[in-house]
Design a protein around this ligand. Structure first.
Ligand code: DAH
Length: 344
């Protein structure tokens, strides 16, 4: 009997079923009601009392071993089944991974930055939550200026140390931060998001993006401003783009101007976008008002400078002929996909 048990033990140890059927045959053969185990226990009854003492233990251990082996094999077959069964078809092609692209506003911001960087302008940023001083007062806005109105500005808190706290309405606030923090000369552009309390429509939004420019040094003139902006426009919209300056008013510049370019869509012939005038306004600019320089502790007798500010949305509209501002923030993948090839 001992010999038989040894033989069965090695058979069980080397058994490796490939299917549930094979395992079931194994169970029936060894553990079934008419199986080997049953026979052995039957035979055990007939051995001498002396052999019983030794064989009893051996037989019990053999039974436990056979049952444990069956359990282990059963579980491992189940896990193999789970991972290969089901609807998993390993021959199917993989799910395509689409590369992302830059947002059109980011593309244009990057282009603007690159052009000015080549002219020696640094890039600076400032906070979107601003106080009255940096957004208005230091920029020479009179106390009663309509831009300070609740209608335009999103106020956050009344009466901070430097006036009411609000979401900045323009990036001109970064000029002030820059001038306060350093000493001239300054030559920087300041891209960023700005907020205004406007009803959202195709032509207006409660947030948009601007790029501010500032150049302060000795003997900076309006001619420098014109030449810099002329060069910028040729780079961004192509050689031959015309520019014109119209007198305007901003509290922080004197004199002030608005700059138009020949419509890049109809090339000046007149179209819906330029309202058939052939010209579109793209930015405001001027010579920094001496009051602003003095507010930032810069000697206005020694230093002069120019500033300009443009909306990135407006320039993107022109470059890509986008007519509805809302498209920029809706995250419609069909719109965004059109810019995917332009991964500059
Ligand atoms: N801050 C102006 C605006 O939001 C734009 C602007 C105009 C900026 C003239 C300037 C400037 O720096 O000189 O409409």
């Amino acid at each position: 009997m001992q010999e038989k048990i040894n033989q069965f033990t090695s058979e069980i140890n080397s058994f490796q079923p490939k299917s549930n059927d094979e395992l079931e045959s194994f169970r029936i053969r060894f553990l079934g009601t008419k199986g080997i185990m049953k026979d052995l226990f039957e035979a055990f009854k007939t051995v001498s009392a002396e052999d019983k003492r030794i064989l009893g233990k051996v037989l019990n251990e053999f039974k436990q071993m056979a049952e444990a082996k069956y359990q282990i094999l059963k579980e491992s077959l189940e896990t193999v089944e789970k991972s290969t069964d089901s609807d998993l078809d390993l021959t199917l092609p993989g799910v395509g991974f689409e590369p992302g692209g830059r947002h059109p506003l980011s593309l244009v911001r990057k282009e603007i930055i690159e052009i000015f960087k080549k002219l020696g302008f640094n890039v600076a940023e400032g906070p979107e939550i601003e106080d009255d001083w940096h957004n208005f007062s230091a920029l020479n806005f009179p106390e009663e200026h309509p831009a300070r109105d609740m209608q335009d500005t999103f106020f956050i808190k009344k009466g901070g140390e430097k006036g009411d706290i609000a979401l900045r309405t323009h990036t001109s606030s970064v000029q002030v931060r820059m001038m306060e923090a350093g000493k001239p000369p300054f030559r920087a552009i300041m891209p960023g998001r700005v907020y205004r309390n406007e009803a959202i429509s195709a032509r207006a939004h409660c947030f948009f993006h601007q790029v501010e420019g500032l150049y302060i040094d000795e003997n900076v003139s309006f001619a420098d401003l014109k030449q810099t902006l002329f060069h910028f426009v040729q780079e961004l919209f192509g050689e031959g783009t015309k520019v014109r300056f119209r007198p305007s008013y901003f509290p922080f510049t004197e004199p002030s101007a608005e700059m138009d370019i020949s419509c890049s869509i109809c090339k000046g012939d007149g179209c819906q976008f330029c309202k058939h005038s052939g010209w579109v306004e793209i930015l405001g600019c001027g010579m920094v008002d001496p009051n602003v320089l003095e507010n930032c502790n810069i000697d206005s007798k020694k230093f002069t400078g120019y500033a300009f500010g443009m909306g990135i949305e407006r320039i993107t509209n022109l470059k890509y002929q986008i007519k509805d501002l809302r498209l920029f923030s809706e995250n419609d993948i069909r719109f965004l996909k059109q810019f995917q090839s332009e991964m500059i």
